[in-house]
Design a protein around this ligand. Structure first.
Ligand code: ADP
Ligand code: MG
Ligand code: MG
Length: 252
């Protein structure tokens, strides 16, 4: 599904990712943890193709195609979902219109017929219910005046509607309450079908109480320094990042 080899990337001439390797197979859930400033969010931005993030070395393939060579829209159309790609506010465009356009653009690429307004409304209502957002949110401007928790629910709704093959979530928002964490976890768990893959970047081991990852990776100073199963997250919860050396003992 995703294969990253020896990735080096920089932002504003500062090298952040320093030789990162990661392989994600269909159906797998990978958690990425690590101290503050390790490069977790940067990795997500690089994979999403965000402006200003430069790849200096290494490769990343998605379904055996060169991911780094794709435009942002092409990445989405190929089945990559990056939560933080959609949190922007688009006043004047309803959530419903925006999602319908996005879903149908992807369906068109996949050679599927576009959903009619009625068909889409039915699916959207179900997704709304699943993330516990009142139906009124479909009519509101995209993310316009949404609270942190509502944006999070909306993001998970987008994920459900877009039916991606690889989901990358960056849970960096320290304002997330337990309810919102559970919405994220339920969203991920409900979309786990043995084929779809997930990379859950988290600053909190707590999220992993609700999502059981197949693999846990520790990212420190721009590379993955340790990988293991779910028990590695428990270890971090208990002992922190002290095993990385003195520098990280006080880190989150
Ligand atoms: P994490 O998500 O693991 O906490 P980030 O990927 O956000 O870490 O940041 C990694 C490092 O890159 C930090 O030292 C941060 O200050 C730096 N960084 C991130 N964005 C920029 C930027 N636009 N310009 C300069 N440095 C940046
Ligand atoms: Mg951070
Ligand atoms: Mg971050």
């Amino acid at each position: 599904m995703l294969k990253i080899q020896n990735l080096h990337a920089s932002v504003e001439d500062k090298t952040i990712i320093k030789g990162l390797d990661l392989e994600v197979n269909p159906g797998e859930v990978h958690a990425i943890m690590g101290p503050n400033g390790a490069g977790k969010s940067t990795l997500g931005y690089v994979l999403s193709g965000r402006d200003g993030y430069e790849v200096n070395e290494g490769t990343a393939t998605f379904k055996n195609e060169d991911l780094l060579d794709m435009e942002v829209e092409e990445r989405a159309q190929a089945g990559l979902f990056l939560a933080f790609q959609y949190p922007v506010e688009i006043p004047g465009v309803s959530n419903m219109e925006f999602m319908k356009e996005s879903v149908n653009a992807i369906r068109e690429k996949q050679g599927k017929e576009a959903l009619s307004a009625a068909e889409f409304l039915k699916t959207a209502k179900e997704a709304c219910k699943q993330v516990q957002l009142p139906l009124a949110f479909l009519k509101r401007g995209v993310n316009e005046g949404f609270s942190g928790g509502e944006k999070k629910r909306n993001e998970i709704m987008q994920m459900i509607l877009l039916e991606p093959s690889l989901v990358i979530l960056d849970e960096s928002d320290s304002g997330l309450d337990v309810d919102a964490l559970q919405v994220v976890a339920n969203g991920v768990n409900s979309q786990r079908d043995g084929k779809r893959s997930f990379i859950v970047v988290t600053h909190y081991q707590r999220l992993l109480d609700y999502i059981e990852p197949d693999f846990v990776h520790i990212l420190a100073d721009g590379k993955i320094v340790k990988s293991g199963d779910a028990s590695l997250a428990k270890e971090v919860e208990k002992s922190g990042y002290a095993f990385l050396g003195k520098k990280y003992e006080e880190s989150e």
